[in-house]
Design a protein around this ligand. Structure first.
Ligand code: SR1
Ligand code: MG
Ligand code: MG
Ligand code: MG
Length: 398
C-alpha cells in the first residue's frame, strides 16, 4: 500500500484512464475536489456528456489534521468489504463500486450527486416520507445477515476476523466514550456551556452508564456495523436513499448504528429550536422528526422480527419470548448509544451543522443544553423508556 496524492487534475485523469473504462477514451474530463468529511480526499470527475464518477482516496493520516495524526489506510479495505457485503443484501442503498485499488488506496464509485446530504435536508426542514422505512429496512437486513442468526456461526466468526478495524475503533473509543465525559483538550465547547459540561463531568451515574456502553462497544461482535452512521453519511431524494463512508465499519453491538442514526435526528430536533424560521415551521418539523424516529424504529424492529422468525439459522434463537427480550435490549442499547453520540456531537471534537449553524452563541447554547439533557436522559434512563411513544413524550417534557 502506498500513497501519492493526486496533485493535479491531469494525474487524476491519467489514473482513471489507466484503471477504468467508465469514460470513453476520447472523453474530455474535468475534475473537482469535493472532500467534505474529516478523513479522506474525494473528487468528482465528469465528461462533457453528463457522465460522472467519484474518486475516494485515503491518505495514511486524517486529512483535516495532516501527517500529525497518522491513520491506517486499511480503512479503505474495510470500507470496500462493507460496501460489497451491503451490495449483496441491499444493492439500492449503496453507490456502485467501479474499481478498488488497495495499492494506491483508491476507490472509484457511482456519483450519487442527484441525492442530497441528509443533514442539509434536515436543516432545511425537508420531509422525506419514505426515509424511515428505507433506513430501517437496510439496518435490519444488514444486522441480521451479518450476525450468527442470518449466516452460519463459522462464517460469522470469519467476518468478525476480517472486519477487525482496531485503529478506527480506537478513535471512536476515545472521541465517543472518553473525551466528552471529561475535561479533555480535544473537546470543543461553547463557553456558555462550560458550567453544564462541568456538571456532566461530575455525574458519576452517567459516567458509569457510559462505561457500560463502552465495554459493549469494545467487546460485543454481534453484527457488522456501518460504525459512523450520522446524517452526513446518508444521501437522499424523495424516493431514494444512499449510505456512504463505511470506513469505521467493524463487528460490534447491533444497537450502535441505530443509536447513532437516531441521535442525529434528535440533534436536528435540538437545532430546530433555534435555527432560522417561524416558530410554527420549526415546531411542525420537530414533530416530524419525532415521528420519523418512531417510524425508523418500527420499520427496523418489524423487519428484524420477520427475519428472525422466518430465516433464523440458529433454532435456539427462534424462541418467541427470547426475541421479544432481544428487541427490548436492542432498543435500550440504541437509546444509550444515541445519548453518547449526542453528547460527543455537542461538546466533543466533531460537531454538527444542525447546532453549529445557529449563529448566536446564546441561542446555540440553548439548543446544545437541550441536546445534553436529552442525551443524559437517554443514557441514564434508557431501561425505563419502553417504546418510541414514551421516548417522544419524555423529549417533549424536557
Ligand atoms: C477525528 S474526529 C472523528 C470523526 O470524524 C469523522 O467524520 C467521524 O464522524 C468521526 O467520528
Ligand atoms: Mg463524508
Ligand atoms: Mg465519515
Ligand atoms: Mg456544539
Amino acid at each position: 500500500m502506498s500513497f501519492t496524492k493526486f496533485s493535479n487534475s491531469q494525474q487524476l485523469i491519467d489514473y482513471i484512464s489507466k484503471n477504468s473504462s467508465f469514460f470513453s477514451t476520447d472523453a474530455d474530463l474535468v475534475t473537482e475536489e469535493i472532500s467534505d468529511g474529516n478523513l479522506n480526499y474525494v473528487y468528482r470527475v465528469k465528461d462533457n456528456q453528463g457522465q460522472s464518477l467519484i474518486v475516494k482516496q485515503t491518505p495514511p493520516y486524517i486529512r483535516v489534521i495532516g501527517e500529525g495524526w497518522p491513520l491506517t489506510q486499511d480503512r479503505l479495505r474495510i470500507e470496500h468489504n462493507s460496501l460489497k457485503l451491503t451490495t449483496e443484501r441491499c444493492p439500492e442503498i449503496v453507490p456502485e463500486i467501479y474499481h478498488y485499488d488497495s495499492d494506491s488506496s483508491v476507490i472509484l464509485m457511482q456519483d450519487i450527486g442527484d441525492h442530497h446530504n441528509l443533514r442539509e435536508l434536515l436543516i432545511n426542514r425537508t420531509k422525506l416520507p419514505l426515509l424511515a422505512d428505507q433506513l430501517g429496512s437496510f439496518l435490519a437486513t444488514m444486522k441480521f445477515y451479518t450476525s450468527g442468526m442470518g449466516i452460519e456461526s463459522t462464517d460469522h466468526k470469519a467476518l468478525v476476523k476480517n472486519s477487525q478495524n482496531p485503529e478506527l475503533c480506537k478513535i471512536h473509543e476515545e472521541v465517543f466514550f472518553w473525551d466528552p465525559f471529561c475535561d479533555h483538550e480535544r473537546n470543543d465547547i461553547n463557553p456558555l456551556l462550560r458550567e453544564t459540561a462541568e456538571k456532566l463531568w461530575a455525574d458519576n451515574e452517567l459516567k458509569r452508564e457510559v462505561a457500560i456502553l463502552k465495554r459493549r462497544y469494545m467487546s460485543d461482535t454481534e453484527a457488522l456495523l456501518h460504525g459512523d452512521l450520522h446524517t452526513g453519511s446518508v444521501f437522499a431524494t424523495s424516493d431514494s436513499c444512499k449510505v456512504i463512508d463505511m470506513e469505521f465499519a467493524f463487528c460490534g453491538p447491533a444497537g450502535f448504528d441505530t443509536g447513532v442514526l437516531l441521535a442525529n435526528f434528535l440533534l436536528n430536533y435540538c437545532g430546530q429550536a433555534n435555527l432560522p424560521g417561524s416558530e410554527e415551521q420549526r415546531a411542525d418539523y420537530q414533530a416530524w422528526l419525532l415521528n420519523t424516529v418512531a417510524a425508523l424504529w418500527q420499520s427496523f424492529s418489524q423487519k428484524l422480527s420477520q427475519l428472525m422468525q422466518s430465516h433464523n439459522l440458529d433454532p435456539s434463537l427462534s424462541n418467541a419470548s427470547y426475541q421479544q427480550w432481544y428487541l427490548q435490549q436492542l432498543w435500550q442499547d440504541t437509546l444509550g448509544y444515541a445519548g453518547v453520540e449526542m453528547t460527543r456531537r455537542t461538546i466533543g471534537i466533531a460537531h454538527v451543522a444542525d447546532l453549529m449553524n445557529i449563529e448566536d452563541p446564546a441561542h446555540r447554547a440553548e439548543s446544545e443544553k437541550l441536546s445534553l439533557k436529552i442525551a443524559q436522559m437517554l443514557i441514564v434512563n434508557r431501561r425505563e423508556i419502553n417504546d418510541s411513544l414514551q421516548l417522544a413524550e419524555q423529549i417533549r417534557a424536557l
